[in-house]
Design a protein around this ligand. Sequence first.
Ligand SMILES: *Cc1c(COP(=O)(O)O)cnc(C)c1O
Length: 315
Amino acid sequence: MANPDKIYQYGGDPTINLGNATLDPLRLPVFEESGLEASVLRLDKIHPEISGNKWFKLKYYLEAGRLQKKKRLISFGGPYSNHIIALACAAHAHGFSSTGFIRGETPAVLPASLFTAMKYGMDFQFLPRETYLQKEDSGFLSSLQSKYPEALIIPEGGCGEPGFRGAGEILSMAGLSAYSHICCAVGTGTTLTGLLRACKPQQKVVGISVLKGTHGIEPLRTSWINDPADTNKLQLFHDYHFGGYAKKTTALLDFMNGIYEQSGIPTDFVYTGKLFYAITDLTRKNYFPAGSRILIVHSGGLLGNLSLPEGQLQF
Ligand SMILES: *Cc1c(COP(=O)(O)O)cnc(C)c1O
């Protein structure tokens, strides 16, 4: 389904196979009862570690690093960050060294995610929470840049213009313009912003925040919305976080097992499980007009399930 000309703009990326992405129909009774059609864009299948939306968000940072002849990529994330794993793996594949600035104290045992990143040669600096909060301050960033002059510093989650641009290219994959609603899970909002900028005028973009306490268009910022008309295409939901970021309930895990049984599609408990849950719940509440064609962007993240105790998921 991929459109190779667009996809391999940046050299022939040896690590990513966008041709593995599929558009899978999601046939659930709830959609049939409401007269809707739903499909899942399986970005989880493009790479086991640079999963889902992450490569899209990193693509133009990798290109910038190459054009600026940088030797190292630096970024920020929590200890379970999928962005950090993806960055480590992509940096390695493209010949960069990498350093992850990780929120919190040095752990006694590296979590599986950081262990994977370390395998790709990433080194870590653990930042106490107060220091981590400065990750966007210009003073902090310029002193970091003088300490690592050979490095390209990438914001947490790839959140910035190159990230928005890369994420928008998700919609350049073939066959997506016929969907009326494009739905995604929202962390930093980088992916959502890219989709919003790249979608067709008649399409709506539905974001499900996985963070507790977001309101209005948060975590998006008004400065990210270039075209005021985009505001009308955007709808964010804030009530599907299941207690907060990376929190879970038995109901969520049961739901994820049910989706897997019915469709064979695995989801993760931090992002896509909540996304799928929200879309079925909104359908039940008649949010989507009859005849809607819903695209659910499976943004990957399945490695996150490794932190669950064995046996909670059937996949
Ligand atoms: C990182 C991640 C997201 C969040 O993407 P943002 O662009 O930060 O909003 C969504 N889903 C999965 C699976 C992720 O790993």
